[in-house]
Ligand binder design. Structure first.
Ligand code: PMT
Length: 396
């Protein structure tokens, strides 16, 4: 979604300017056209040549540059921008924005633009926590600036505290979310589950499955990038929480049930990509089970069927990971769980199902009609699944 988008990246004078360079590089790699504006103090930390080399575009530094290719650079950049990002944003620059000052190219451009502006604070914790800075940040928030971070962590001063700039991966998510605000799912509330539940046997062991969460997380990011308000209900997985969505962490099927029922109140769609255990130990042992002689028998009970319990005016999408009779088994689940459609996963097919970046599925609609899709990236498949959800939501 970043392909061909004009992004104006403002860099101000902070040691975190190197992260601004990483952001410029990642945005460019994703196909965005990144125009960098640096303040005078930013150039004390990092050279314009770094940004020019990373973005392959000229870097603007001077409001009065006589040799500028654009006659009124701040107006031209302000009009062209799909989004502006100030990363890092110092306390001084935030104060300037709060006052509406326009004494350099970056502040002039921000004042002139109608594009959304994302401000990414980075500073010492004392400066950030100072009531003046807090007031300035609140002022910007109230004027619809998006304030991304900061977070707590190691600071350049050597101490640990609030003021650390967000990591680039998270910022990319926020940029995508802001660009997608007017997408076809804006105003819609979508709940997605991801990962494999973990049913405890004793304090150190559990029953689980091979779900990595990749399919569910792809759906979350795709829905967020199309303007939806997303709640992700996730089991422990190796993936980072996606930016710009509410994340509820759960372990067991019964915790997932509780979280799903809560999140679905008032939601428009539920997409259950999680692999939920069908059975769980009846009574997990209080202490670690010791190795004994012979076999060990675990008594299991059925877990609640979450999808079947969700009722009301909500689009319900299920997944089915099958190793045989793909369509027939998935059709049965579609009927039993009263779904709008089901995504049937052939987990025997190469590159499909658990833990891979790709998936090969058959989508079966409410009437039972099956459509085979070729092997594709889970990120691409997420887009197609959401196209179907968007269509159903339009009709309802
Ligand atoms: O996470 P990845 O590594 O990317 O892998 C993706 C995936 C293979 C896990 C995913 O694409 C997938 O197929 N998920 C469904 C896994 C499954 O086997 O579900 P099921 O056939 O057991 O259940 C059918 C549907 O009912 C599912 O949507 C499931 O979330 C839901 N269910 C299941 C049990 C239960 N107690 N309650 C439920 O709601």
């Amino acid at each position: 979604m970043l392909k061909g988008k004009f992004i104006v990246l403002g860099v101000t004078g902070s040691i975190a300017a190197f992260k601004g360079a990483e952001l410029a590089s990642k945005l460019t790699q994703a196909g965005a056209l990144v125009d960098v504006i640096m303040t005078k103090s930013a150039m004390e930390f990092i050279a314009p040549l770094t940004f020019r080399s990373l973005t392959h575009r000229p870097v603007a530094t001077d409001l009065f540059a006589p040799d500028s290719e654009l006659s009124l650079e701040h107006v031209a950049l302000a009009e062209r921008a799909d989004v502006m990002v100030v990363a890092p944003a110092t306390a001084n620059f935030i104060a300037k924005l709060a006052l509406g000052l326009a004494d350099d190219l970056l502040s002039c451009t921000i004042l002139a633009t109608k594009a959304p502006v994302i401000v990414v604070p980075a500073m010492d914790s004392g400066m950030y926590e100072n009531p003046v800075t807090q007031e300035n940040v609140a002022k910007l928030r109230s004027r619809d600036f998006v304030i991304a971070g900061p977070t707590a962590g190691h600071l350049a001063s050597g101490i640990s505290g609030m003021g650390r700039m967000l990591e680039v991966e998270e910022l990319l998510g926020i940029v995508r979310q802001v660009l997608g605000r007017k997408g076809d799912l804006r105003g819609k509330k979508i709940v997605v589950t991801a990962g494999g539940t973990q049913e405890p046997i004793d304090p150190v062991r559990h029953i689980s499955n091979r779900s990595s969460g990749k399919m569910g997380y792809a759906l979350v990011e795709a829905a967020r990038d199309r303007g939806a308000t997303v709640t992700l209900i996730a089991t422990p997985v190796a993936l980072k929480d996606p930016a710009g969505v509410e994340v509820v962490h759960v372990n067991t099927a019964s915790e997932m049930r509780e979280a799903v029922l809560k999140a679905c109140s008032g939601a428009d769609a539920l997409l259950m990509a999680a692999a939920v255990a069908d059975y769980a130990p009846i009574k997990p042992a209080g202490q670690k089970i010791k190795k004994g002689q012979g076999t060990l028998i675990l008594e299991l009970k059925k877990t609640p069927d979450i999808l079947s319990e969700v009722k009301g005016k909500i689009v319900k999408v299920g997944f089915a990971a099958e190793s045989e009779n793909l369509v027939a088994n998935a059709q049965k689940k579609l009927r039993q769980k009263k779904l709008d459609f089901i995504v049937a996963n052939d987990i025997t097919s190469k590159g499909s199902g658990f833990a891979s970046d790709t998936n090969r599925v058959t989508i079966i609609n409410r009437a039972g009609k099956a459509e085979d899709l070729p092997l594709m990236l889970k990120t691409e498949l997420a887009g197609l699944i959401l196209d179907s959800v968007a269509k159903l939501l339009k009709r309802s």
